[in-house]
Design a protein around this ligand. Structure first.
Ligand code: NI
Ligand code: MN
Length: 238
């Protein structure tokens, strides 16, 4: 298994037989490592409708004939825009040939915002925001999406058989957990490895990471602070 960070909250997990793409935000992303035309995916997992997550899903899904996993209302919005949509809602789990995907709680909003011809904003309801818990190739990966910290993160951890191997979590503050709350989340999730996301992409989510990263290391958790374009190999022994 390999994990590639494209930028912001956009990740690709390369499994032996399938490619999973998370929240593909490419075109308007100031720190992005790939062009839309260079992105491949069998599945696109969406956490919510905001533009920095729904992003370029429609184009990428079309090009790759990808199956788009989304919270129910967001899936309904994508009907007729994407061919292959799999709708879930919080707590729902589906089995695939490569493993299991569970849609888990996130405390955040979800909408799609369109400019009208009068230059006002039309806000389309997009259901719940979510995170994902993925079980594949002997590993458990938690992808938080955009979320505040919440006490049920303990439940997410407790629902796994042998804990969370890799937690990919938002740390940028303002719209999601900031560094202090991210640490509270980490103490509930107690993952083996952490990949931080959703920070320093824009001025509004620019943060100092020193203290958080020190606290992570003090807990003997491996920190994988990835740069856009970086790929890591997840080895079996971890
Ligand atoms: Ni958001
Ligand atoms: Mn966001």
């Amino acid at each position: 298994m390999k994990i590639e960070f494209i930028g912001h909250s956009t990740f690709v997990i390369y499994l032996s037989s399938k490619i999973l793409l998370f929240d593909p935000f490419i075109k308007n992303n100031p720190f992005v490592s790939k062009k839309i035309s260079d992105i491949y995916a069998d599945y696109i997992l969406l956490s919510h409708g905001h533009d920095d997550h729904l992003g370029d899903t429609i184009k990428i899904a079309k090009k790759n004939k990808a199956n788009v996993l989304a919270p129910f209302e967001l899936g309904m919005y994508l009907k007729n825009k994407c061919k292959n949509i799999t709708k879930l809602d919080l707590g729902g789990e589906l089995e695939f040939d490569f493993g299991k995907i569970k849609m888990v709680k996130a405390v955040h909003s979800s909408s799609i915002i369109k400019k009208t011809i009068f230059n006002t904003n039309k806000i389309i309801y997009a259901g719940n925001a979510c995170g994902y818990l993925i079980n594949t190739e002997g590993k458990t990966i938690y992808y938080s999406g955009d979320t505040a910290v919440f006490k049920d993160m303990e439940l997410i951890k407790n629902s796994t058989v042998s804990g969370i191997d890799i937690a990919i979590i938002s740390i940028g503050g303002r719209y999601t957990m900031g560094p202090d709350d991210a640490l509270r989340a980490i103490d509930m999730l107690s993952p083996k490895k952490i990949i931080p996301m959703h920070y320093n992409t824009f001025p509004a989510i620019s943060i100092k990471t020193d203290q958080l990263f020190k606290e992570i290391k003090d807990r003997n958790i491996e920190l994988l602070d990835m740069r856009p374009g970086q790929t890591i190999e997840v080895i079996d022994s971890m």
